[in-house]
Design a protein around this ligand. Structure first.
Ligand code: TRP
Length: 350
């Protein structure tokens, strides 16, 4: 494990204590790309944690990163349906539209205008060193768009426009949070050295175990190896029946030697709130079929209320649109005030 990640995990544990002590002093900004239905990896990895933090009294701003999808997708025709679906997933999971702000960043011009001054605060070589950008350039063979190249700066605008001080993210997003901190610091140093304007946001890493896809690879919306939050109980059982396992009758929790079996055990364990070893012991020597049946039942049981709400919400598109419109409006108010202050500090108000 890298020392940066260890440090981030240690810091996250401290932040967790600070949140418990004074939830109202935190504002969370987090978000997702609207590239299809959210799956159980999202739910157990971050969504459930956002809902928990909201219930503790932390202010929650949830961003739908629709501009980010045009960095790597040619056809935007699915966007309206994907964005609506994302709002439905959020509400079904328990995000309270009466308290949280849910918005799409393409709808907030003032947020996007922050990208220009922020671009002036980072160098081309810093962006080239960003791990995500680096991977994209390597995969894109020279055709990487300039938007992809600069998207960590856009993400900094997503985080800083609302003065968020806490960003719950997965490991892969840590360099982006780090860049947002750098930009905040440099902006403050250059334009307002006496009194910081932007807080330096901190990453809050979840503690849930990483779930793999049903084929043992990283779970991904586009890989066909994920279970959508919105899937039916039958689809869920079918997908789990098709999961890769091994031929050993005795079920044991050995993540290194039997990663696929361990993954199913983790899914069942997280749903029931017990250790994976206890699930393994319960199955004993009844083999993979019993493991799959138990996992599907545990997951379906756990997701039933969420799916019930999700089905109702999907039937009320007007409500989903209204929640989003209200969130966009609120985000616009916040961004307008930030842009006004930024212009003031940059001496660009004439
Ligand atoms: N980059 C994130 C992802 O790929 C989505 C995202 C966009 C985001 N802006 C953000 C996450 C701001 C946290 C904060 O999933």
């Amino acid at each position: 494990m890298s020392s940066t990640r260890l440090a981030a995990e240690r810091r996250s544990a401290e932040l967790e204590q600070a949140v418990l002590a004074a939830p109202a002093s935190f504002r969370i900004l987090t978000g997702d790309r609207p590239t299809g239905p959210l799956h159980i990896g999202h739910y157990f990895g971050t969504l459930e944690n956002r809902v928990r933090l909201q219930r503790l009294g932390v202010e929650l701003i949830v961003l739908i990163a629709d501009y980010q999808t045009i960095t790597d997708r040619d056809s935007p025709a699915h966007l309206p349906a994907d964005v609506e679906g994302l709002v439905a997933d959020y509400l079904a999971a328990g995000i309270d539209p009466g308290r949280a702000v849910i918005f799409a960043h393409s709808q907030v011009a003032e947020l996007n205008q922050l990208v220009l001054p922020f671009l002036s605060l980072v160098s081309v070589s810093e962006l080239r060193r960003n791990p995500t950008v680096k991977d994209e350039i390597a995969a894109g063979g020279g055709s990487t768009s300039a938007l992809m190249f600069t998207y960590p700066v856009h993400q900094a605008a997503d985080i800083l426009f609302c003065h968020a001080n806490l960003v719950p993210v997965g490991r892969d997003q840590l360099p982006h949070v780090e860049l947002a901190r750098t930009i905040a610091r440099r902006f403050n140093d250059r334009y307002t050295p006496a009194a910081a304007y932007f807080p330096e946001p901190e990453a809050l890493m979840g503690t849930a175990p990483l779930l793999l896809g049903l084929d043992g690879r990283k779970m991904g919306k586009s890989r066909g190896n994920a279970i959508a939050l919105a899937a039916t109980a039958d689809e869920t059982a079918r997908l789990i029946r098709s999961a890769k396992t091994d031929g050993e009758r005795l079920i044991t929790y050995e993540p290194d030697r039997r990663p696929e079996v361990a993954n199913l055990l983790r899914i069942a364990a997280i749903c029931r709130g017990v250790p994976a070893e206890a699930v393994a012991a319960e199955i004993g020597d009844r083999g993979a079929a019993a493991l799959k049946r138990l996992t599907a039942d545990a997951l379906n049981e756990r997701l039933r209320p969420i799916r019930g709400r999700r089905a109702e919400l999907a039937g009320d598109r007007g409500h989903l649109r209204a929640v989003l419109a209200r969130g966009n409006e609120r985000a616009r108010e916040i961004a307008t005030e930030t842009l006004r202050a930024v212009k003031e500090l940059m001496h660009t108000r004439y």
